[in-house]
Design a protein around this ligand. Sequence first.
Ligand SMILES: [Zn+2]
Length: 251
Amino acid sequence: MLNSKPCLKLEITDPVASFRAAINENPKNTSHASNSGLSPRATAILAKCWKPDRHLTISFMDQPPAALKEAIKRHIWEWADYVSLTFSFIDSKDGIIRIKTDTAENASQIGTDALTIDANKPTMFIAARPGDLDFRTVVLHEFGHALGLHHEHLHPDANIPWDKPKVYKEYAEKWGMNKKSVDLNIFTPITEQVAITDYDTTSIMHYPVEKELTDGKFEVAMNTEISSKDKKIVAYYYPIDIPDGGSCETP
Ligand SMILES: [Zn+2]
């Protein structure tokens, strides 16, 4: 069974700002964009990686209890071993990544899209709590988005044998999601030309998939670890050995 509310894609209100933020941060984000400049078409195929030597400051927008704050920090730090990016948590509320815990959502902006959000608004939402079975999964997953990762179940080669009517019904009843949201978050493969490894059912970026919602055979457990392929992708974006050598090109 699913635990916390599914992480839903956050709407980009200004695609041009998203595009500009990405190319200003890391020109290699355009590697796969068409040469049509700032057209909406180009923005749809843009990677959103940080520059490999970026220092990401991280703030809490509200005042979570110390235990919650420390638990979130601990799991975010788990990513630090695999990337050239550096992180620090700051006491002020003006970090590049701004976390809101007083929320019902688990969600995050993807990579450089965080730069397009008003400075007084959060870029990441964490509703999960340390007592929840999926707390660590949620924190690792949301920070994966902050590093530029997309949902793995939307991998172009995923081909999950969904029982779509059941999925619509289940997600509507359990999470209040309408058809459009289910289509966007569960059925529509990503189109961004980002670094992609083979489809990875062990990715921390994959939703759990119950076999009751598929052909009865396919299922994906709730992943709790950063997978080896997750590590491979972020190491490609943010190589530790050659900090300036990062690229968003397909490996
Ligand atoms: Zn997500």
